[in-house]
Design a protein around this ligand. Structure first.
Ligand code: ARG
Length: 377
């Protein structure tokens, strides 16, 4: 056995990996992994430092990872996650193609499918991954006066791709290219997304005719692409995950907080913005959320309201407890950002315990300083 090639380098101490693998393989969802399979895994780990999941193990591993994701309110649907196995991918081009295909399948014309695409497992010296936070996202163009046109969350990535030769429209809803890196320290590559896989929804309001002219929009669904999926001791650094939106993520967190659109909406509504006591922020935000729900429905894109989302989570909690599984959670991510106290989640408390399989933050981005003009250093 040649232990010098990158593929064969162990990523974790074998004993640790074996322990995590065995715990995972004993999951009830795998309906009792056979003794023969356990022996094969043990053998594989001893000889190669890692092991390959079967298709069934990958599918259930990804679903259990979702069930364990403490910051997700949509976990009631964990069993329905469709898992696309793209572990055969080896190059940046192939991963870019798999991401485009993921968007096509998951967006599904607005009937968003709960989908994860799993790329190759991490190996020493190689960790093919997507640097974007989500497959579709808007650029943040930093202006000379320090203000940002677009999404302030994306300023760093926008600067990186510009240093690599990308230029966008410079506008507020300027779709970023995919940015993919093969290994830490290497030059990342960028890929413009084909327009037909980027579905967006222009926002209008059911009763406020002027709303449409604000020119606000958002993309149809989030495809979280920066997280590392870990199943049974094996890390998958590229595993884009799509679900549908809760409207308040777009209205309260993205457009109100990051895009600062509430003053303009309040002004168009004729509200007195000189004192917070007029509740102009609350009233403008309710209309913005109304516009999101209305517009997504009008364009045939699945979106849920925060009351519905909180209810489905409470139901999920009860069925998990009935199945003998504790439900861990990160309160600040679960509680609704508007009208929190009208939902049950507000009155509960959660232990934020992270168990595996799960999704983890990505390793810090390490770039070749020359290739990226030092954008991140
Ligand atoms: N909050 C993030 C955003 O607005 C998306 C996080 C995942 N949300 C979801 N509904 N699957 O872009």
């Amino acid at each position: 056995m040649d232990m010098t090639t990158a593929r064969n380098q162990p990523q974790h101490a074998p004993a640790e990996l074996l322990a995590e693998a065995c715990t995972f393989l004993a999951s009830a969802e795998l309906r009792g992994t056979s003794a023969a399979r356990l022996a094969t895994v043990r053998e594989e780990i001893t000889h190669t430092g890692t092991y390959a999941h079967t298709a069934d193990e990958l599918t259930w591993g990804a679903r259990i990872a979702w069930r364990n994701a403490t910051s997700c309110l949509g976990r009631a649907y964990w069993r329905a996650l469709e898992v696309r196995d793209r572990r055969e991918v080896t190059t940046v081009d192939e991963l870019a193609e798999a991401c485009v295909e993921h968007l096509r399948v998951a967006t599904n014309g607005g009937r968003v499918r709960l989908t994860i695409t799993v790329g190759p497992a991490a190996d020493a010296g190689q960790a093919l991954r997507v640097l974007n936070h989500q497959l579709v996202g808007y650029a943040g163009h930093l202006q000379a006066d320090g203000s940002v046109v677009g999404d302030p969350k994306s300023v760093w990535l926008t600067q990186l791709v510009r240093s690599l030769g990308w230029s966008g429209t410079g506008g507020r809803f300027d779709v970023l290219p995919l940015v993919i890196q093969r290994a830490p320290g290497e030059r990342p590559w960028w890929y413009r997304l084909p327009r037909d896989v980027v579905m967006e929804v222009p926002l209008s309001h059911p009763d406020l005719p002027w709303f449409e002219a604000l020119g606000l929009r958002w993309y149809a669904h989030p495809a979280i692409s920066h997280q590392r999926l870990r199943i049974g001791g094996v890390d998958y650094p590229a595993a884009p995950f799509s679900g549908w939106y809760t409207a308040t993520e777009i209205s309260a967190e993205n457009l109100a907080r990051r895009y600062s659109v509430l003053p303009e909406i309040a002004q168009r509504m004729g509200l007195d913005t000189t004192s917070t006591r007029t509740l102009w922020l609350d009233r403008a935000l309710v209309e913005l959320t109304t516009a999101v729900l209305h517009s997504y429905q009008r364009h045939g894109v699945i979106v849920v309201d925060h009351h519905h989302a909180a209810k489905s989570f409470s139901t999920h909690e009860n069925s998990e407890l009935a199945a003998g599984r504790p439900v861990y959670g990160r309160y600040s991510s679960l509680v609704a950002p508007t009208a929190a106290a009208t939902t049950d989640v507000y009155y509960r408390s959660y232990r934020n315990r992270v168990v595996v399989p799960n999704f983890f933050p990505p390793a810090p981005i390490d770039l070749d300083p020359d290739a990226a003009n030092g954008a991140l250093r």
